[in-house]
Ligand binder design. Structure first.
Ligand code: HEC
Length: 132
């Protein structure tokens, strides 16, 4: 019985610890899944849509619209800017991180998305760029 008791004691000890670690991870965002409609699309609509829809400069020059999921995944007239699973290789991510040529950083001009917004977009791409 000695063995069984010490196993129980060690589980009893660890269960709350595991919970604490899990809750910590979820609230700090380590394991949370980014939602396209809730987290990502509003960023594009607020900061990009004014130029990236039919009739506006960004769309007319590049063919890139941010109106909806399908538009974003379609990319520019030269091809995709989002490669699901690979934020570092996605043109979209490179542009919003301002790692591209000065003249094509997005949003255009001095504006830049916040670090949190950039992280959200990166996570969304790394989690598969889902339409969730
Ligand atoms: C003030 C207008 C404006 C805003 C705001 C803007 N863009 Fe642009 N965007 C442009 C223009 C103009 C181009 C074409 C640039 C060029 O080809 O020289 C462009 C091009 C692009 C391209 C294509 C780059 C390429 O490969 O040639 C992407 C992708 C892009 N924008 C993403 C975004 C995203 C994402 C946002 C919001 C975070 C954004 N843009 C905000 C005007 C804007």
């Amino acid at each position: 019985m000695q063995g069984a008791r010490s196993v129980w004691v060690s589980i009893a000890w660890r269960a709350p610890l595991c919970c604490a670690v899990l809750i910590g991870a979820t609230t700090t965002g380590c394991t949370s899944e980014v939602s396209f409609s809730r987290d990502v699309l509003p960023i594009f609509h607020e900061h990009c849509l004014s130029c990236h829809r039919p009739g506006e400069s960004g769309y007319e020059t590049s063919g890139f619209s941010v109106e909806g999921y399908a538009d974003i995944m379609q990319g520019t007239r030269y091809g995709a800017v989002v490669f699901p699973g690979y934020s570092y290789a996605s043109t979209l991510q490179v542009l919003v991180e301002h790692k591209a040529d000065q003249t094509i950083n997005m949003p255009q001009g001095q504006l830049k998305l916040s670090p949190q917004q950039i992280e959200t977009i990166g996570k969304w791409i790394d989690q598969g760029a889902k339409n969730n």
